[in-house]
Design a protein around this ligand. Sequence first.
Ligand code: ZN
Length: 278
Amino acid sequence: MVRLIDTHCHLDFSVFDKDRSAILQNCKNLSVQKIIVPGVQAKGWSNLLELCKQELMLYPALGLHPCFMQQHQPDELHRLEDYCQSGELYAIGEIGLDFRFGQACQQEDLKKDQTGREQQLFYFSAQLQLAEQYVLPVLIHAVKSHQDVLARLKQHSSISGIIHAYSGSYEQAVEYLKLGFKLGFGGAYTYPRAKKLRALVSRLPLEAWVLETDAPDMSPESQYGQRNSPEYLPEIARVFVSLYDKPLAAEQILEQLYQNTLSILPKLKNGLKTGLKL
Ligand SMILES: [Zn+2]
């Protein structure tokens, strides 16, 4: 039996308010068993946690995302620490560095100056410290910043996690793997023109990868220009299998990706969610 986990999906975003339950029902029928929902800014955290309490398939992570720098306040790091202490979180995320200054960084433009960069580094380092202290994996957003991300992860060598929507080089991937990280395989890999990325699948060990949608962003090829959804994780999984060139059955490949996810997010192995009132 195929079992899939979406390791990165913003199902708490309001764009899913109208049909979230239907999507989740559909996911169950499509073998998508678990979904990690990462937070991006503090004002969405309590809603995200509430949603994850209501829906058995959803598992929360909280973090301050590098593309929402103007929303973050330093005291939100204390709130994040309280949540780490409460034991409710499966990871810290989405955190990271995005150095596409001057270009649209998802919802918001970053200022093309050093302030944005320094702020990002401040929040990223502070959240890595929390991950180390509370022994939580991290979900990392790294765009045009792999050298800086790697340098910081090397300062916190006990931390592991996922480099979500991995878009770096082979050499950088090898460095992440040495640090105990996994790489998120998502929609970007479904486009035939993404030749360099797609070549990574067979160059790296199968243990390197986990699956993700990053919904509502990063739609796979069949949904180009449309809202992405965890319902498209099976399409992403099929592309992974088609790119993996070793003689293994699809079920074995996908089971290994499932096990990779449990190994990097170990709290998922517990039967019941923490903080869940039954
Ligand atoms: Zn994301």
